[in-house]
Design a protein. Structure first.
Length: 102
């Protein structure tokens, strides 16, 4: 019984690892406008996911979780705004269809 799965040293991603992955998410995309669009879409999907988690936590009354998630959502909103500003500054045209909001 020494082969217990839960006793093993499991490596997990931390914020630093996640930042490295985000920086290298789309290295094969040469077109800067397409890379920005893909990154914006990815961030918007993550924001939608966090917003749905917020609604769920509000329903069950976990206020501390709600506050943490709202902070994460605000950070993502700021990142999205910065990416959209960069996109607009460079006068890129949309090549991907915007996602419909639910």
């Amino acid at each position: 019984m020494d082969d217990n799965f839960f006793k093993g040293n499991i490596k997990r991603l931390n914020d630093y690892d996640l930042n490295i992955l985000n920086d290298k998410s789309f290295p094969e995309v040469d077109d800067e406008s397409l890379r920005l669009e893909m990154l914006i879409n990815e961030k918007e999907e993550a924001l939608a996911n966090i917003n749905s988690k917020i609604k769920g936590r509000e329903l069950i009354g976990k206020l501390l979780d709600v506050m943490e998630l709202k902070i994460q959502a605000k950070e993502l909103e700021n990142e999205i705004a910065e990416l959209k500003e960069e996109f607009a500054r460079n006068n890129f045209k949309l090549r991907l269809k915007p996602q419909k909001k639910k």
